[in-house]
Design a binder for this molecule. Structure first.
Ligand code: ADP
Ligand code: MG
Length: 375
């Protein structure tokens, strides 16, 4: 079981161009890749916090770059640190979470836009799965068949709703869970087989519409539920069957709703969200430490995913907005994204004040730095 925690800083939106940027990406050493996120302390602007990740994607990162360097493409499949699609076809489960405050780019990262270049992780993953599936079938002269089936559901207020079913068919109490052969199954969750990318897109768009329609009825909002897409890949050669799953999760917003909202309904929602996100981060922590015991049973989401129970790869993408209005929420999401340990606190260099260099020959002249960073 391996886990990667990465951060992605989104670019400024049109309406934010005049806003104060406070989050930046950095490298531990010259020539190394970006692994550090920096943000000032909200209490003391002269103090700066740094958080370390497995990888940091800055504002200029494209959808394609994020996907390929997280190892999903064939080209990068041999990179030692990156999890990859090859592993999925070797029977490993791959789980990808988008974590972060509402408005930071989770849906953009996972689903993305309609244009080819704007497509997110999910359509790219599917495209990759179909491509590989076809190749495996071809290379085996049809001896191996590859079937792809989808499930798509959301967890709202700790209840599970099928997104492949029309909202009229929802029962308010949601779908029950049951344990079977040591696995958690969602009873009655539908699964649709999927032939190609077109097929997938049709289903996915329809399901996302279900989500929106249901949301207006239940007075919920997409930012308050976790949306989980599961892609089951079944490879059959004679009587040998190999099954593995890729799960892509667009999590509920991690913001602290107590600051803005205190309606009763919102508080119930917030409690459910906070609990599940907390358990998730504990699971990620435990997996990355190599613990035997992963507290995955303590929330519905982690239980259904059996997080940490299978051999596989888990990737958490922490989405960040770079501007000041997100300051406190950004800081708390950095703090909980587990492995993203706070590594360093230092005082920011004050503005360098250029004084007239004293005319000396001692070599000590030059700009006066008011305060050196503390190391
Ligand atoms: P979330 O799902 O976390 O609430 P969204 O994905 O809806 O956030 O993103 C908020 C806004 O920012 C949307 O308008 C989205 O198109 C835009 N956005 C997010 N990330 C990017 C990005 N990497 N490049 C361009 N626009 C982005
Ligand atoms: Mg969203």
């Amino acid at each position: 079981m391996s886990v990667r925690v990465v951060a992605r800083i989104r670019p400024l939106l049109e309406k934010e161009l005049d806003k104060d940027v406070i989050v930046s990406a950095d490298r531990a050493q010259d020539g190394k890749p970006l692994t550090i996120v920096k943000i000032p302390s909200p209490k003391n602007e002269a103090e700066e916090f740094s958080f370390a990740f497995n990888s940091v994607y800055d504002r200029a990162t494209t959808q394609e770059e994020l996907f390929t360097s997280e190892g999903m493409s064939t080209r990068w499949a041999s990179t030692p640190v990156a999890p990859h699609m090859k592993a999925l076809f070797q029977g490993y489960d791959v789980t990808i979470f988008a974590y972060g405050v509402t408005g930071t780019g989770k849906t953009h990262t996972m689903r993305g836009g309609l244009k080819l270049a704007e497509r997110g992780v999910i359509p790219r993953l599917l495209s990759n799965v179909f491509r590989r599936g076809k190749k495996i079938a071809k290379d085996s002269n049809g001896e191996t068949t590859v079937d792809v089936a989808l499930s798509y559901y959301e967890i709202y207020n700790d209840k599970v709703y099928d997104l492949l079913e029309p909202p009229e068919k929802r029962t308010p109490s949601g779908l029950p869970l049951r344990e079977k052969d040591g696995k958690t199954i969602v009873v009655g969750l539908s699964e649709r087989s999927c032939e190609d990318l077109k097929d997938f897109e049709r289903l996915y768009i329809e399901a996302n519409n279900n989500r929106v329609t249901a949301a207006t009825k239940l007075n919920a909002h997409s930012s308050r539920s976790h949306a989980i897409l599961r892609v089951k890949v079944t490879q059959t050669t004679g009587d040998r069957v190999r099954e593995s799953t890729a799960s892509a999760i667009d999590l509920a917003g991690s913001e602290d709703n107590r600051r803005t909202d205190n309606g009763k309904e919102r508080l119930v929602e917030s409690a459910a969200i906070n609990k599940s996100l907390f358990v998730l981060s504990q699971c990620i922590d435990a997996i990355s430490r190599g613990d035997k015991r992963i507290p995955y049973r303590e929330s519905k989401m982690t239980r259904i995913l059996s997080l940490g129970q299978n051999n596989g790869i888990t990737i958490m993408i922490l989405n960040l907005a770079p501007i000041r209005s997100y300051h406190l929420d950004t800081l708390s999401s950095l703090n909980v994204s587990s492995r993203a340990k706070r590594i360093e606190v230092r005082e920011i260099e004050n503005e360098v004040v250029f004084k007239q260099p004293p005319r000396s020959t001692s070599g000590l002249g030059g700009p006066n730095v008011i305060r050196q960073p503390l190391r």
